[in-house]
Design a protein around this ligand. Sequence first.
Ligand SMILES: *Cc1c(COP(=O)(O)O)cnc(C)c1O
Length: 371
Amino acid sequence: MSEFAQLNPPERILMGPGPSSVPVRVLKALASPTMGHLDPEYIDVMDECCAMLRRVFRTENALTFPVSATGMAGMEAIASNLVERGDEVIVCINGVFGGRMKDIMERCGATVHTVEAEWGEVITDEAVGEAVQAHPKARLVTIVHAETSTGVHQPLIEISKMAHEAGMLLAVDAVTSLGGHPVNVDEWGIDAIFSGTQKCLSCPPGLSPVSFSERALTVMDARESKVQSWYFDVSMLRDYYSGTGTRAYHHTAPINMVYGLREALAIVLEEGLEARFERHRVMHERLRAGLDRLGISYIPKNSLHTLNCVSIPEGVEDGPVRSRLLDDYSIEIGAGLGPFAGKAWRIGLMGHAATRQNVDLLLAALGEVMG
Ligand SMILES: *Cc1c(COP(=O)(O)O)cnc(C)c1O
């Protein structure tokens, strides 16, 4: 008998801000035999995975690949490759993740001009227009498409136009939208975008899909200084992922995670992007109607379907409700962050977890626990 009993994590219903529940098909893919990362058979899997990512991002961008770490690594990769010390950058902030982008940009040596909105509000086109005029030398505008801390769904099309008219690039955080809401990289003119595997793609955390436009590559090629981060320096990864030149060793690709992502993307594409967005919409409407009956209202006007940020009703205690959901129903929902701590719940309807069964169970459980 081993001193260590076999690992046996409980099976949770993951309805928080991520990770979301993972289909068995993806878990099985993760358990497939590990190959070498330069093995031609593995290169085929990786190429296929990148081709699927292009379809999910709706882009022709050659440089589309999974960065070997979670979503924050995608944010860091974009900032470190597109910005040089002394560059000006416009960062839109209406929650936690816009704030993190500012921090990372400053660590990369950028001078950051912020465009801010209240938590729960979208960034307005007017505010971005003013910032772009006030800071014409800025190289880049960054914005969060799906602000997981507030549940706000940010429109991007007008903001993209304004950035490009001013000769700037647009970088987007699509961690909580990719696979749940349309993310039309080419049509919307997004120059750099990152996401994560564990939200609406329903794969475990561990990779950050990114995509860079030709415009972004031109900016990278014109750099005067080396990218400060060795690990995230895209110029060293480009040959490996775009298939031009030799596939040389840079770092050992997280082989089994790529298997998992490949399988998760296959599930997304088999369902079909439009059908998947529609399922997220329908589940969001169902949840919203049920919460309304329980006297629970949404905080943002322009709510995501994938992340539902709601007010905790008067007299209801945050911690005990979430603990009972977890202990009695094995359901995880998220707490509020920052100014919303103790005041909001964040209910994820992401990917594999966005089902009628889960919505109805959560509503019944909430009714029981609050009642
Ligand atoms: C989850 C999330 C991230 C960070 O991803 P990690 O996988 O936790 O590193 C970044 N941006 C948004 C909007 C997110 O929801």
